[in-house]
Design a protein around this ligand. Structure first.
Ligand SMILES: [Zn+2]
Length: 115
């Protein structure tokens, strides 16, 4: 389903499965090539870093978000606040020569998400 990949930076995404199930995070990075998303503060992995005087790094434990597969997340509708799927609505261009606008519509409450 291609509609699942229609995420934008700043979207709130709900985790459907895995150890982070039921968490909600803001989309920080979408990696279409790998079908992965990185959500702010979700799926944190601790990385142990050695001090590196050359880079002026003190070392220690660094927390970093690991990517999640897009099949494990769903968009949270800003209007009904539930995880949902979207359909698309194509709007005619606002002015002659402009490109048509593609809006995402919540399948649950029918609200326009991109306004
Ligand atoms: Zn909705």
């Amino acid at each position: 389903m291609t509609q699942k990949t229609d995420f934008k930076t700043g979207d709130r995404l709900y985790v459907l499965a895995g150890p982070n199930k039921a968490k909600i995070g803001i989309l920080k990075r979408f990696i279409p090539r790998k079908s992965q998303v990185i959500l702010e503060g979700v799926n944190l992995r601790v990385r142990h870093v050695k001090p590196n005087p050359n880079l002026n790094e003190t070392g220690g434990r660094l927390k970093r978000e690991a990517p999640l597969h897009i099949s494990n997340v769903a968009l949270v509708c800003p209007k009904c606040a539930d995880p949902t799927w979207v359909r698309h609505e194509i709007l005619p261009p606002s002015e002659p020569g402009a490109r048509p606008r593609k809006l995402r519509i919540c399948k649950r409450c029918q609200a326009r998400i991109d306004e």
